[in-house]
Design a protein around this ligand. Structure first.
Ligand SMILES: NC(=O)c1ccc[n+]([C@@H]2O[C@H](COP(=O)([O-])OP(=O)(O)OC[C@H]3O[C@@H](n4cnc5c(N)ncnc54)[C@H](OP(=O)(O)O)[C@@H]3O)[C@@H](O)[C@H]2O)c1
Length: 314
C-alpha cells in the first residue's frame, strides 16, 4: 500500500482516534482538522499525524487544508442538536458535506470516504433523514466516493458499552426506552479495517458499505448483558413507548442531552443490515460476545485506577 496524505474531519472522536492510529501505522500522513482543539482532552496523536484547528464550515479554509492531499475522510456526525428543529443535524450532516464536496473539487482532491449510518434516509428522525441528505450530496458529486453505514460501534471507550455501564453503575433501576430496538453492533477494529481497505481499492469507488456485526441483540438484552458481565444486580425496566417518549422529553433538559426525542425516533428503525459490507470487503466481522467481557473488564479496571488516583491526590 502506498503512503498517502489524508485529511480527516471529525477525527478527534471515538472512531477517529482508532482510525488515525491505524492509518499512521500503515505509513499514511494524516492531518486531523478540529473546530476547537481546546475542547479535547486527548491530545496525543501517533507519529505521522497532526492536529490543526480549522473552521470546517469555511469552504475556503477547507480547500486550503485539502490542497495536495490524496484523500479526505469525513467522520463528522452528531447524535443531538441544540433545540429540536432539525437544523443542527442538517448543518453538521448535509450542509457540511456539501462544503466538503465543494472544497474537494476546488482543491483537486478526488477521493472521499464518507461516514454515514445504517438506515440513512429512512425513518422519521432528523438524524437519519439528514444522514440520507448528506449521502445524496456525496452521490451527486463527481468525486471517487465511498460511503460507510455502520450500525452501533463497540470498542474501547465507545458510546455504547461504556455509556450503559456508567448508567448501570449509578442506577439500581434503569428504565429503558425502545427496549426492543434491534442492534447489530460492529467492532471498531472492523470499521477501521473497512476504511483502510477502501482507501486503496478502486473497486470500492461509488459503493455504499453497510457495516454490522454478526449478532443481533435487542437494546434490553444488551443492557442486561452489560449488568451481568459487570456482576451487578440491576433491574432493567422496559418502558412502553408513551413512557419512553416522556423519558426522552425529560432527558432533553439534562445537560449534555443524554437522550432525546430524535434518538427515540431513530430507535424506531432497527439498526440491522441487509447486505454485509464487511464480507464484501473481505473482513470477518467480530461478534460482540467475543469482546464484551474484555472490553467492560478493562474499562472497569481503568475506572478503578482513575478512582484510586483521585483518592490519592484528593
Ligand atoms: N459511534 C458509533 O456507534 C457510530 C455509529 C454509526 C455512525 N457513527 C458515525 O461515525 C462518525 C464518528 O463517530 P464517533 O463516535 O467517533 O463520534 P464523536 O466521538 O462524537 O466524534 C465526532 C467528531 O465530529 C466533530 N463534530 C462534532 N460535532 C460537530 C459539528 N456540529 N460540526 C462539525 N464537527 C463536529 C468533533 O470534532 P471536533 O470537535 O474536533 O471538531 C467530534 O470529535 C460520526 O459521523 C457518527 O455519526 C458512529
Amino acid at each position: 500500500m502506498s503512503s498517502k496524505r489524508i485529511v480527516v474531519l471529525g477525527g478527534t472522536g471515538f472512531v477517529g482516534r482508532h482510525l488515525i492510529s491505524r492509518l499512521c501505522a500503515e505509513g499514511h500522513l494524516v492531518t486531523v482538522l478540529s473546530r476547537n482543539l481546546d475542547a479535547h482532552f486527548v491530545r496525543y496523536l501517533p507519529p505521522g499525524s497532526q492536529l490543526v484547528t480549522c473552521d470546517v464550515y469555511d469552504g475556503a479554509a477547507l480547500a486550503r487544508a485539502f490542497s495536495g492531499t490524496d484523500a479526505v475522510i469525513n467522520l463528522v456526525g452528531i447524535l443531538n442538536e441544540k433545540g429540536s428543529s432539525g437544523q443542527g443535524f442538517r448543518r453538521a450532516h448535509s450542509e457540511l458535506t456539501y462544503i466538503v464536496v465543494s472544497a474537494c473539487r476546488n482543491a483537486g482532491v478526488k477521493r472521499l470516504l464518507q461516514m454515514s449510518a445504517l438506515n440513512a434516509g429512512r425513518g422519521q428522525s432528523h438524524y437519519l433523514h439528514t444522514r440520507g441528505e448528506a449521502e445524496n450530496v456525496v452521490k451527486a458529486s463527481h468525486l471517487d466516493w465511498t460511503i460507510f453505514q455502520p450500525s452501533v460501534i463497540f470498542g474501547p471507550d465507545d458510546g455504547l458499552l461504556t455509556r450503559f455501564r456508567e448508567l448501570l453503575r449509578l442506577a439500581p433501576v434503569l428504565p429503558l426506552a425502545r427496549p426492543n430496538a434491534k442492534l447489530a453492533p460492529v467492532y471498531i477494529k472492523d470499521v477501521v479495517e473497512a476504511f483502510v481497505r477502501a482507501l486503496d481499492n478502486p473497486a470500492t469507488i461509488r459503493q455504499v458499505y453497510e457495516l454490522y456485526g454478526p449478532e443481533i441483540i435487542t437494546l434490553k438484552k444488551l443492557v442486561r448483558r452489560i449488568a451481568q458481565v459487570m456482576g451487578w444486580r440491576r433491574l432493567v425496566l422496559p418502558l412502553p413507548d408513551a413512557l419512553g417518549w416522556m423519558q426522552a422529553m425529560i432527558a432533553e433538559w439534562i445537560p449534555g442531552k443524554p437522550f432525546s426525542r430524535d434518538n427515540f425516533r431513530s430507535l424506531a428503525t432497527d439498526s440491522v443490515g441487509g447486505i454485509d459490507g464487511l464480507h464484501r470487503l473481505g473482513i470477518t466481522p467480530t461478534p460482540l460476545s467475543a469482546r464484551i467481557d474484555r472490553l467492560l473488564g478493562s474499562a472497569d479496571s481503568r475506572q478503578k485506577r482513575l478512582d484510586r488516583y483521585r483518592r490519592q491526590t484528593a
